[in-house]
Design a protein around this ligand. Structure first.
Ligand code: GLN
Ligand code: ZN
Length: 756
């Protein structure tokens, strides 16, 4: 059986590409040097796959920033304002990705969005009517030849025309459909050119096919590919899908002239059912995505082989593949020196997944599996199980009653009680939690981690910082204060470290966007709180002032969504365990005199299923109750806040209201405040703090500007329910701009109070 990889991590085992790019941005190295780092990474990645014996290795999966942006450039989708800067090709590319500010002009970056249900972000290509789509780039051809010169025969990959056009932002009057002829010409051109260079396979990635598709969508897809496939001649075309199943278009897909179709058997709940029900054409290859490209657990060989055996029995010609690009997992376990073998043997990062592919493919062709060392080893691994159970956690979970998900009295009652208990003015002012993480703060933390200073010294420094920030917030007149989060590196890692059941890696970096990588913790076992996490800091902060200081926590949905989840228990169960652990913290904070507690759910929307029909049954029906479980035990007068880093929840507003928080703050400053109309239409009950200024930019908002934003909000939200705050935490901002921005924010609130 042949093996195929959909895409490989590109950032480098030690994040070489990140560091080289950052140097390039700072003008510390030139384009040539950056290109040479990139080339050696590409070469190492090809060789690693070749060495593992992978048959169909991908090229053009490398990217300096983002693969969709690469595809846009390939198709000439470059807005005029970037071209007009007159920069080199690479700098024009980076200007689109990151914005440009310099002697040649001042242009903002293109928008960035989450790539399907992952934490990877893509750059949203922008199409205005002036742009003529045409074959403009050469990267895909160059990288194919480069690999060939290195002795590796590759299948070049490119995001397919349907997904590309579906993800573009249309700023003119032309629609996706209006672009059909141009895009057909470009993709036909790509095929012709690669054919000319000797490519045997070309991979078109079409993940948009796993979403709900309308009749128009399907027609459009067919229209594109019927024409494009007409030029293929003897080059083989692989239509690759991932992140779900293709239930809306399976029959059409299998009847088009593709030579291979890649289906996701890991996240595609209905993939197997589709193949069984409709069969699979004998003249095509099925690329079966059975090695998980998104998680780090070892593959269960027995399970995978039983699926492969089933396909074989049906006479289907199968190629074994990853379920999606390996971009979403870290590079290699080699170098994870601090994790003991006990743990590591259960994991497979990208390099180890190659081995799995190879072993599985060999086993698929072998009748006598029991004599295979690889098979026996894998069988033993799963038979022995893992030391990860905690009976008391499981018992506690069983004891949860329906009433534990319900906070009483109802919100409208609580609202009155809290108004009296807290005595806040109308339009209360607050911030989202963190204050600038200045160099001294980071230095203090790292010195403590390295053992250069004692715990007491570390804490003393933070206490000083907290004292100063509390005094300062009080002096400018904020109403609800925060302690600044100086003790936190990351909003998930910080909590994970104090919860049992979590594991941390040293080098398991995964690209999030451009040069930004994250290192998600691993949920290893049953989760519980080892000891109070934030209580000491919160109690200290509250002791410094009579004004309320918010307790600051990360919610269970976000903690789980930003970790590598378990595969042996359901997401629902894991989430509930984490909810109970955070619930303990909430109750402890309350018992220690904290009157307002914020539970951040920055990542709630991220794992919303790609199909609307699954939104509730597969996710919201347990994620929202998990959040309620965290806070349902507090007294009526304790005010629960939550925060989300986006405002695109127009279509799940009832679910957000159902979290039953008392106050929600969210990003709104960059959107057109459309969300406010919908809040009104839905009779949203939660009090709201739509961010009045954008913290992602160093710009200081003027008092007038904030007043104007607030006036608009007042048209849609009752005065009694409106809060005044920035749109996210301030940790990435400088101190000076933060100071001035918040002074203006408080002043704006004072002005509108006079009018109210
Ligand atoms: N409380 C966190 C902070 O202020 C929230 C961060 C986030 O929303 N991503 O930094
Ligand atoms: Zn945020």
């Amino acid at each position: 059986m042949l093996t195929s990889v959909i895409g490989y991590p590109r950032i480098g085992a030690l994040r070489e590409l990140k560091f080289a790019s950052e140097k390039y941005f700072k003008n510390e190295i030139d384009e040539k040097e950056l290109a040479s780092v990139a080339k050696s990474l590409r070469s190492a990645h090809l060789q690693s796959q070749k060495k593992a014996g992978i048959d169909l290795i991908t090229s053009n999966d490398f990217s300096y920033y983002d693969i969709l942006l690469d595809t846009a450039v390939l198709c000439g989708i470059v807005p005029k304002r970037y071209k007009e800067l007159g920069l080199s090709d690479i700098d024009t590319y980076f200007a689109m990705a990151r914005g440009y500010q310099g002697e040649k002009g001042d242009v903002k970056a293109l928008a960035m969005k989450k790539w399907f249900n992952t934490n990877y972000h893509y750059i949203v290509p922008e199409l205005d009517d002036d742009i003529k789509i045409s074959l403009s780039g050469t990267k895909i051809f160059d990288e194919f030849i480069e690999a060939k010169n290195e002795g590796v025969e590759t299948k070049p990959v490119v995001v397919g025309p349907y997904t590309l056009l579906s993800l573009c932002r249309y700023t003119g009057s032309k629609t996706r459909e209006d672009r059909a002829d141009e895009i057909i010409e470009v993709y036909s051109g790509i095929i012709e050119k690669l054919k000319g260079s000797g490519a045997k396979w070309i991979q078109f990635d079409e993940p948009s096919l796993v979403r709900d598709l309308s009749t128009e969508d399907k027609e459009f897809f067919k229209q594109l590919y019927k024409s494009i496939l007409a030029v293929k001649g003897n080059v083989k075309i692989l239509l690759q899908t991932y992140f779900g199943d293709v239930r809306d278009i399976y029959e059409e897909l299998t009847s088009l002239e593709f030579d291979g179709i890649g289906l996701d058997f890991v996240e595609g709940k209905k993939t197997l059912e589709l193949v069984e029900k409709y069969g699979f054409p004998g003249d095509k290859l099925l690329f079966a995505g059975l090695v998980n490209g998104k998680n780090i657990w070892r593959n269960n060989y027995e399970k995978t082989l039983s699926i492969l055996d089933g396909l074989k029995k049906k006479g289907i010609n199968t190629v074994l593949s990853t379920s999606c690009s390996l971009l979403h997992v870290p590079y290699t376990l080699e170098g994870e020196d601090k994790l003991s073998e006990e743990y590591k043997k259960h994991f497979a990062y990208a390099v180890e997944k190659l081995e799995e592919l190879k072993e599985l493919a060999l086993l698929a062709d072998t009748a006598d599996r029991n004599s295979s060392e690889a098979f026996k080893k894998n069988e033993a691994l799963f038979a022995e199980g893992r030391d990860c159970a905690d009976v008391s956690v499981q018992e506690r979970l069983k004891q949860i009653k329906e009433s534990d998900y319900v906070r009483l009295p109802v919100r409208s009652e609580r609202e009155k009680i809290q108004k009296t208990a807290l005595g806040l003015p109308v339009f209360p002012t607050t911030t989202i939690g963190s204050f600038p993480q200045t160099k001294d703060v980071k230095k203090n933390r790292s010195a403590f981690r390295k053992g250069e200073i004692s715990e007491e010294q570390y804490k003393e420094f933070n206490r000083e910082k907290i004292k100063a920030v509390i005094e300062w917030q009080e002096s400018i007149g904020l109403d609800v204060l925060v302690h600044g989060e100086y003790e936190r590196n990351d909003m998930v890692e910080y909590f994970g470290e104090s919860l049992s059941g979590f594991l941390f890696t040293e080098k398991a970096w995964v690209q999030s966007y451009g040069t930004r990588c994250v290192k998600p913790p691993v949920v290893w076992g049953d989760v519980s709180r080892k000891k109070p996490i934030t209580v000491e800091w919160s109690v200290y902060s509250q002791s410094l002032t009579k004004l309320p200081v918010k307790g600051m926590l990360t919610g269970p949905v976000t903690i789980l969504n930003w970790s590598f989840p378990r595969e042996d228990i359901s997401t629902e169960e894991s989430m509930r365990q984490i909810a109970l652990a955070i619930r303990d913290e909430v109750l402890d904070l309350e018992a220690n005199g904290i009157k307002i507690i914020q539970i951040d759910e920055a990542a709630l929307r991220e794992k919303l299923p790609l199909r609307r029909s699954d939104w509730y049954s597969e996710y919201l029906d347990f994620a929202i109750p998990a959040f309620r479980l965290v806070h349902s035990g507090v007294k009526a007068e304790t005010q629960i806040h939550t925060h989300m880093c986006y405002s695109e929840f127009t279509d799940i507003i009832p679910a957000i209201d159902d979290m039953d928080a008392d106050v929600i703050t969210f990003e709104a400053s960059r959107s057109d405040l459309l969300i406010l109309d919908t809040l009104k239409e839905c009779n949203f009950e939660t009090e709201v703090g739509p961010g009045v200024y954008d913290i992602h930019s160093p710009r200081i908002p003027s008092v007038d500007e904030i007043v104007t934003a607030l006036e608009k909000m007042r048209g849609k939200i009752e005065d009694q329910k409106l809060w005044v705050n920035p749109d996210c935490g301030l940790k990435t901002r400088g101190e000076e701009e933060t100071r001035q921005s918040l002074i203006n924010l408080v002043e704006a609130a004072r002005i509108i109070r006079k009018e109210a």
